[in-house]
Design a protein around this ligand. Structure first.
Ligand code: PMP
Length: 413
């Protein structure tokens, strides 16, 4: 190999692959993608700037659009009461707590929010973290170790995978929602490990479907494993009053060992939580690195999430209406013979397009017509399954849903 440019005379002969950022893996791919988009005359669908609150509608490049790109499911980000609570919290506590909670960062809002989340689930306690992604990484990474086994759905969110990698546990995946395959893995592997953690989602973010929770509970009890459910997209969306997948299946929340969720979707803020029994929460509160060595949740975010949770409970109609819209959208899409994948017709429905280029092209054409929907491409979804992913919002009207589908159909055929 040639000496690295700028190599010091007499210094070691190190390949540029190990010294230059523009030689790092993935960088060339990003470049190729940008060039490809230019060559095919499509605008990049990424990093669009939204100029206001992103709800059922948004403003992109100065134009008002119908927005299907944001997971503001119940329209609570931008809600006047939520905004007012965030502003009041800033006035009282400032914008940051300026320390980890265990030292000087604890504020009344933290425990109020955690108590409210625990009550909502009907479990002992809850703990909040500054990011949903970090919640999974640090919780899974901290609780499991090298002699343990993690079994998760192949479509599990990146934060679950990262947590599993950090833990050093053996990590095995099972095909999407295939609980027979999970059972086989448990039968073959359970005895070889100490702790076993099964991780699933209450609503899969790329597909809009969910697993058979009662069966998962039977499996985890039979094989003495822990069950963790990530409710990022099911909290406030699934179940008659938005209490998530446990409510949908009428199961006891105590039968799931670790409830996880984010504050960034229905709860209109930013951050994550774990809810469950006291010993779990105390363990994380005193020991989980992503909690202990990170700042406490910012006051405006804690206040926003707490107020959003209060509104969710006061106004269950929001959940009901969102569910009606979700079913309507799914039925309309099917009626127009679109491929809706596994969607169960809640707040997420993907329309599977196939080729990445076609998905990007369609999203760009729709945006020109005032409809914003994000294309989701490999590696976020399997190759050849590029899709337009629709996030619904309670404030989308049935006409907007139907008209957007009709427009898409016209461009797609
Ligand atoms: N879990 C799932 C299933 C998610 O979809 C996401 C992000 N959308 C996260 C965790 C991470 O949450 P956050 O974006 O709030 O960090």
């Amino acid at each position: 190999t040639a000496p690295a440019s700028g190599a010091q005379v007499g210094g070691p002969d190190i390949s540029e692959a190990f010294t230059r950022f523009d030689r790092q893996p993935g960088y060339q791919q990003v470049h190729l993608m940008q060039e490809g988009a230019e060559r095919f005359g499509v605008k990049s669908p990424f990093f669009h700037v939204h100029q206001g609150t992103a709800g059922a509608h948004s403003a992109i490049e100065g134009r008002r659009v119908i927005n299907f790109g944001s997971y503001n499911y119940l329209g609570l980000s931008g809600h006047p009461e939520v905004n007012a609570a965030a502003q009041a919290a800033i006035a009282q506590y400032g914008s940051s707590v300026s320390a980890s909670r265990i030292v000087a960062g604890e504020r009344p809002l933290h425990r109020q929010l955690e108590k409210a989340l625990a009550d909502f689930y009907g479990v002992d306690d809850a703990l909040t973290f500054v990011s949903g992604h970090a919640t999974n990484v640090t919780t899974i990474g901290h609780l499991l170790g090298a002699r343990d086994l993690i079994l998760h759905d192949e479509y599990a969110h990146n934060s679950i995978v990262q947590g599993a990698l950090l833990s050093g546990a053996q990590r095995l995946t099972f095909p999407h929602n295939d609980l027979n395959a999970l059972e086989t893995l448990l039968r073959q592997q359970r005895r070889k490990a100490e702790r076993v953690l099964i991780v699933v989602e209450g609503m899969y973010s790329m597909d809009g479907d969910f697993p058979d929770l009662p069966r998962l509970i039977n499996l985890k009890k039979k094989h003495q494993a822990w069950l963790m459910v990530d409710e990022a997209h099911s909290f406030g969306v699934v179940g008659a009053t938005g209490r998530g997948i446990a409510e949908h299946f009428s199961v006891n929340t105590h039968d799931v060992d670790i409830w996880m969720g984010t504050l960034s979707k229905t709860l209109a803020a930013c951050g994550g939580y774990i809810a469950g029994e006291q010993a779990l929460i105390d363990n994380l509160r005193y020991l989980a690195p992503g909690f202990l060595y990170s700042v406490g949740l910012a006051p405006p975010l804690a206040a926003a999430a707490l107020t959003a949770l209060t509104i969710l409970q006061k106004e269950p109609d929001r959940v009901h209406t969102l569910q009606e819209r979700g079913q309507y959208f799914l039925e309309e899409a099917k009626r127009q013979q679109m491929d809706t994948g596994f969607s169960a017709g809640y707040a997420i429905t993907p329309l599977i397009i196939g080729s990445s280029l076609q998905a990007v092209r369609l999203s760009s054409q729709l945006l020109e017509q005032g409809v914003h929907v994000q294309p989701i491409l490999y590696p976020a979804v399997p190759e050849k399954q590029a899709r337009l992913r629709f996030f619904l919002n309670v404030e989308h009207s049935p006409e907007e849903l139907r008209d957007s589908l009709v427009m898409l159909k016209a461009y797609a055929s």
